[in-house]
Design a protein. Sequence first.
Length: 347
Amino acid sequence: MRIYFNQLEKQLKQSLPNVIMVFGDEPFQLQSALDRIRQVAKEQGCEERVRWTHDNQFNWQLLLDEAQALSLFATKKLIELEIPTAKPGREGSKILQAWAELADNEHILLLWGGKLGREQTNSKWFKLLDKTAWYIPVYDIEREQLPNWLRQQCQQQGLNITHNAIGLLAHLFEGNLLSASQEITRLSLIFPNQEIDVKEIRHAVSDQSRFTVFQLVDDLLEGKFEQAMHILQRLEGEELEPVIISWALQKEADTLTQLQLAKQQGQSIEATFKSLRIWQQKQAAYKQALQRLDLPTLETILMSLAHFDMQYKTSGIKNPYTLLAHCCLLFGADPRLIKLTSKIVAA
């Protein structure tokens, strides 16, 4: 049974099943879900808690032995197994299937770890457990959903906050829910019984947003250049190696060039997406970028990135992120910027 994070609290009012699986790549919600499950398990009679972490040397038989062992402290145990890779392997798969078939087993098995891929959710062990288990997938909160999530957190903390202030918090804490939750708790202590607006947020809160280079290129494809510059600034603050960013930009420019060439040759855009293995959820962003970026512009972008790489790897660049920002803005297809860049590269 699949239960999403925002449904968990309601579901926890029921008796816990024999197996609970919590997997995902968003640490705040993952930890929150585990904490609540542990609390409710104790309330429902699991006085003893046993915990292991799976690695290459883990003995899977321990799970079955623990389930069948008598306890001096409790008749019902919470048995936890962290699987960081979300891949139990062949032996683990057999043991998990055996667990599902145990008779008179009152214990609760809590499995948790990284995001489960399609290979795992289609596996025998998962399908067998999923018949009676709770499966709680933990996803990153999308940018569009973040304001509502922040608003809910503020309501839980009794924080009276304006719509504009929520928007600013979303800007400052995107990709970092743990820090956002901690900051909301702090704000509720600093401003009790007081409406909080943008002024108070700017005075009391620093930028704690966290991003990846993949979010940067997504915003560039979609033409969200103000947000892209914010992400680039945060990546610089985290001291991400500049060549990682230039590599990602070059990869996207190469992909767009192939798409533009296929389009000019009259090939089906859908077939080209398939051949380049571009996910359906990203295709709209590529189509949007193709409307702005013709082949000469893409050639200028690729030349600029090649020029950056050559300089950075040979003589070095004093302010590499300044030049990277310049390359990012080329994805906006500003004719003045493109003309200036062409002169610089030619020189």
